[in-house]
Write a protein that binds this ligand. Sequence first.
Ligand code: ADP
Ligand code: MG
Length: 696
Amino acid sequence: MSNMSEIFGSNVFGDSVMQQRLPKETYKALQRTIKDGRSLDPNVATVVANAMKDWAIEKGATHYTHWFQPLSGLSAEKHDSFITPISDGKVIMEFSGKELIQGEPDASSFPSGGLRATFEARGYTAWDPTSYAFIKDGVLCIPTAFCSYGGEALDKKTPLLRSMQAINKQALRVLKLFGNTDAKSVKTTVGPEQEYFLIDEDVYNKRKDLIYTGRTLFGAKPPKGQELEDHYFGIIKPRVQAFMNDLNEELWKLGILAKTEHNEVAPAQHELAPVFTTTNIAADHNQLTMEIMQKVAKKHHMVCLLHEKPFAGVNGSGKHNNWSVSTDTGVNLLNPGDTPYENAQFLLFLCAVIKAVDEYQDMLRVSVASAGNDHRLGANEAPPAVVSMFLGTELTEVLEAIEKDIPYGSKEKELLKIGVHTLPRFPKDSTDRNRTSPFAFTGNKFEFRMLGSSSSVSCTNVVLNTAVAEELKQFADTLEKADDFEEALHELIKKTITDHKRIIFNGNGYDDAWIAEAEKRGLLNLRTTPDCLPYSVSDKNIKLFTDHKVYSETEMRARYEILSESYCKTLNIEALTMIDMAKKDYLPAVSKYSHELSDTIIAKAACGDIDSTYEKELLAKISKLNTAAYKKVQKLEEATLKAKEIDDTTELSMFYKDSVFAAMSKLRITVDELETMVPAASWPYPSYGDMLFSVK
Ligand code: ADP
Ligand code: MG
């Protein structure tokens, strides 16, 4: 592999390139925009655009694009050439400040949830100067926000940037109360760990369900699955290693610091973790990572599956959103620190997170909702659909001591006084042991583990940032008025723990007893997407996001429509794919094999009554099952037709969940049972074993 320091960020118009190529004044002005969020002078933009273009052309780029994240969950780009015609049929390479700052892609086919009538196709993209431009496949990509003519957000970046502003504002107020005036800005940071599957492309190309839906809709369990857990952190196969090396290099070129990679629990499953960075950049990087993973896999004749549950009965893939809050002076506000002062500040920020997670557990659940993730949450490998928090025993004991005014620790007889006493150190390994909690404190950050592998991290971080901003706002409102700051702080922390400790759970989140206990505590258990989506437009949640100017009510209702619609569409495609596979492939294959069996039976009888018990019994069994499968296909067809008669989105998603999905599951059981009886040679699709062990 080439020298990492040479390739790292080589395709990024990053800080060092800017320093080299921009006039000093321009560089400084741009830095003010990037660091302090000041608005950008159009003249500065012109100079930046020109330097960007020259740099991109030297790197072989001929086109540019405003790169953005529409609500469909992918990323979008429309390429424009730098070429501008001048007189005499000649051309020059041009890129103006205006073209850098604003674009106008045809927005008519991106989902808008009714925000933009289709005939009003105009949508605008606006440059996000805090996320560096980069070159991908010979195209200069400019990270942008995407909104409608009326200014409503049509993407995932706009609300994310707004939520970062919200938490910045409130966190600075709180810091000021602690006498901290050095910090000019507070930003949240994210390091998303990404899980994925790799399978051979030959096997993939033979599975209609993987091609159309990203997951297997049929398939009997293989004799060997993941029960031995021998794949976890196991030796990486040479083909996978070659892929990982290539992937790292491609990511490094884009300035994405992919750091750790290992095998996961399921066969063919792997994980990649980057070094954390500012949230909006981390979100851009994660979108890029998913895209590059798929491209590099293709180059190695493999397919990278990002679906949350490509294989039933085998662990699915998630994404862990490691999240923290830091000042521009480099202080991690979720780090307990060493002094009583740092401890007090830490405890207040911790309380803000506890209160936020408790009060907005519904929105956190909504932020990870998708048809794919419904298969994962509450299964074996992922946290349940109930949101709870893990703090570890040490920290929980500290909180208890504060709440109940009881002495903390064995040596000290004194009561724990905030701002006076020092907290003990919380060793990282004592906080990192619980892998079953949806929301775990891991020493100096929180790890939210409910995200599905294919989802954008934006939605979750919009919720986290805004909910924590709200709690910090309430805290600042109280503390700013207090006569005795330390006394008021102590009381505030105490009250928060008393009111919100129900969300703290340090036990095994995979245990059924916990679900019962959680329900007793009044925590929400929103099992599926249709169950949780209506919460996204509750009065409480609309108030939160509109108060902090993160979403308008119209934007929230639009998002609700889009999420519901996407759930229904996903299930509809899956149902139609199952019907197609059953009618065209599975049922005929079983029928054909029945014919072979009956031929054998006839031949044996013709040879003088040779015993054909095996063939006869098998024939009877598979014929019966095939008829049952046929009936179930008809039931599924009826359900999909009935769905067409329902207009209301909420009702429709419930129907898909209760009727269509139920019919799909029934059909699968029968076909999977047939798979165990019919010889591989007569079976129309590669088996689970063929797929999971396809990469040698
Ligand atoms: P592990 O979870 O394997 O023990 P780490 O805790 O070191 O590993 O890191 C897991 C992920 O958390 C990495 O992507 C890392 O960059 C990220 N991370 C570490 N510190 C922070 C932070 N302050 N803010 C956000 N993410 C962080
Ligand atoms: Mg982790």
